[in-house]
Design a protein around this ligand. Structure first.
Ligand code: FES
Length: 121
């Protein structure tokens, strides 16, 4: 984990982009949180891995385009925004900016562990 000078933004290398082929996801740990990274047609998204309804591991769910479907009660979440597309979940997922420059998947977070605006790359 490294810090971008003067921004407070932390960069955490996850893996090579080749390790998450299009249409697949990977679960990883960042700052003590479980995070789901998804490759949707070459665009990478990252959200909290735990479903906000009852804590299911979303890495066991189905990736349907830019949507992740919870394996337990089938809530649907938008990977771009973290928003709930279909209940029973009500709370959105936390999202994280992902940088793939240089062929590496890197998550950008604040020191508090929150995601940062995707514009901060
Ligand atoms: S635990 Fe995900 S919808 Fe219930």
């Amino acid at each position: 984990m490294t810090q971008l000078e003067g921004t407070g933004v932390m960069r955490t290398r996850i893996c090579s982009v080749d390790e998450i082929p299009p249409g697949t996801t990977m679960q990883c740990q960042v700052g003590g949180r479980s995070v789901l990274v998804a490759n949707v047609g070459g665009t990478f998204y990252a959200v909290d891995e735990e479903c906000t309804h009852d804590g299911a591991p979303l890495s066991d769910g189905d990736l349907e385009g830019p949507t992740i479907v919870c394996p337990w009660h089938f809530s649907r979440f938008c990977l771009r925004t973290g928003s709930v597309l279909e209940s029973p979940a009500r709370e959105p997922l936390r999202t994280y900016a992902v940088d793939t420059n240089g062929g590496e998947v890197t998550l950008l977070t604040t020191p508090a562990g929150t995601g940062v605006d995707p514009q901060v790359r």
